[in-house]
Design a protein around this ligand. Structure first.
Ligand code: FES
Length: 157
């Protein structure tokens, strides 16, 4: 019997526009395409509703990686919501770099509702990337609200 620790399973939050990524996720489901259970979808009326605070809070609340998935550029139902989201994601990436979490843990993707296979591919690739990066550094330092650092949990047993 092996005592090796369980492999790291990242928690991923995906803010998905209802018109594209969310529809693509549905399509992926009906096509029986597999994508990792690590990805928790949050439906948005448009990615333009995503603000920097919400993105950072996702990390504070336990995410190891976060992505925003919106309509293809030029196809946003609210005209420029996805362009606004892109700028916010870029800004939040800089903040994540500055505070030591790492901007590479946050990305923006664009797709259409008919891109079920692409949805599944993004979910797989992003999960794999975050798995390689390891846990959100906030967890390691024990500054993560509601969670203790692993050493302390072990020590307290
Ligand atoms: Fe899809 Fe705006 S409606 S990103």
């Amino acid at each position: 019997m092996s005592n090796s620790p369980a492999p790291f399973e990242p928690k991923i939050v995906a803010f998905c526009c209802y018109y594209c990524a969310y529809a693509a996720a549905d399509l992926a489901g009906s096509m029986r395409l597999q994508y990792p259970a690590n990805v928790r979808l949050i439906e948005m009326p448009c990615t333009g509703k995503t603000d920097v605070r919400v993105l950072l809070e996702a990390f504070e609340n336990g995410a190891d990686g976060v992505y925003v998935a919106g309509c293809l550029e030029g196809d946003c139902h609210f005209l420029k919501g996805n362009i606004r989201a892109k700028k916010r994601v870029q800004y939040a990436k800089k903040l994540l770099d500055e505070i030591g979490i790492g901007g590479e843990r946050l990305e923006m993707f664009n797709l259409s509702g008919s891109m079920g296979p692409r949805f599944a591919e993004i979910a797989q690739e992003f999960t794999e990337k975050i798995r390689k990066l390891g846990p959100n550094p906030l967890k390691k330092t024990g500054t993560f609200p509601g969670e203790m650092p692993e050493e302390r949990v072990a020590h307290d047993k």
